[in-house]
Design a protein around this ligand. Sequence first.
Ligand SMILES: [Zn+2]
Length: 587
Amino acid sequence: SQVTDQIKDRVAIVDVVREYVPELKKAGVNWKARCPFHQEKTPSFTVHPGKGFWHCFGCSKGGDVFAFIQEAEGIEFPDALRLLANRAGVKLEKQDPQKESKRSRMLDILRLGARWYHEALLKAKSGEVARHYLVSRGITSQTSDTWLLGFTPDAWEGVSNFLKSRGYRDDEIAEAGLSSTNDRGNQYDRFRNRVMFPITDVHGSVVGFTARKLSEEDLGAKYINTPETAVYKKSSILYGLAVAKQSIRKQDLAVIVEGNMDVISSHQAGITHVVASSGTALTAEQILLIKRYTQNIALSFDPDAAGQTAASRGLEIAWQHDMNLSVVRLPEKIDPDNLIKKDPKLWEQAIADRIPFLDWVLERASSQNDVVTAAGKKQAARFVLSWITRISDPIEQAHYLQKLSQLIHVDESILRSVLNKHRSVRHPAAESKKSPPPAPRKQDILALSSVRLIGLVVFERGKREFDPLILTSDTLRELYKRRKELYDGHIDLFDAELQSLAREVLIISEEYRALSEDQRNHECMSLVNRLTHGKTSQKLLEIRNQIHQAEAAGDIQTLERHIAEWQILNQELHHPTHADKKEDNQA
Ligand SMILES: [Zn+2]
């Protein structure tokens, strides 16, 4: 449609993809990286900026920039459209509210709710106590605006009434997490008489709230959160990321703190590569979110919480993705917010003095155990080894074994033998997984050769032709038949199965740009030979089966006919007349 074309003209697909896949690198006319949608060691994920699409040769996923956002964000087309329209500065026509997706209505409710809370903080008479609280925490009014801080009055139907006046239904307000229902079935505001901290996703859309109580008479928890909703998944949110992401990329480091207030005061002090995890266990989703911007994470939790965090699955994920984890050490009982109040430079220095996670583990082992006694040594060794065993790099592992040995004065070789025992218990599967990747199957090689051959024809815009029978599947023959439609990259007209192959053909056709005509002739001959050879082998196999059947049936006549066929084909295969020997050997 017109709008999608307009958006595609304005956003560069490479820029969009690179936000999610920072390692995307230029390779000829295409861009390549390891696929974000399946696990792989070598890059088969390709972006083709000229034609505006992406394709993975590993998992066959692909499509245009909208398809990428849908896949990467796990959202439907209308929401991907909204997101990219925003980015491109293209105005979408006001949609029929009935047709608007449930998700986008929910985001509207949350955005309007956040505005309403913010207005109440600025203007409501009863908001005085909230304003006073923020001033006492050293929050400036500019900071309040930046983070859209708010206040919710002590009323049963404050924000609910406002939202209903804007045309939203009770059930929608409840599903967005802004109201609760009591035993008698009456709906009322979930958050009352609290300071409101809107939580946004990475794009800056409000998805939920953290609310802090203002009155000691309030018997509820000090902080309450929006429950999990269709748009608020606690495990995949990092507070402040929308504001901090550029700075994280620039500094090549993400500092993760515990509290929202730590984030806000750090940003206010000009230290802006800081985000908060909701809760202390880093999740896999959060790690992958950070990985879009940096490989380096510094945890600034109190020591016990840091241990807990690291013990979570998040750490394994971080290591699996080659991310570097370090720990920012703070004076006891002091959080970043307190430290910044004393002097922002102290916080800056603490970040600069961060130490690698395993150094921190060693430090902790020595501070918590009396490493002079046998029992203390055993405790310390057990603690440190439980981490060392997860290191995959042998040099790094040796480095920390040596350090542990020095710390507890136990010979390295002894520690290593303990470690090996440890490992065989912990990772029975790890060793067996190391077997080399299977060689590509013959059939895959032939299918790829087919794609390469069609790609060559497309690149030369039909300068040459070949017998489609040598292609390995009907789908490929169909694609070859419709090759003219590929010249201009109009792949939208193909159905899903053909489209995936069409993308492969187009990407590969671009690779011929680097070859001279001679090289292309050579490549063409070699591909045709390989495919012909493959076809003949396949036919031989079929004839052999027919021979077996005829034998079993005692049908001498058929048997003799098949044997004759087999001999001719076999001759052709092993003494090719139409290609030189060297070519054949390579195939
Ligand atoms: Zn893939």
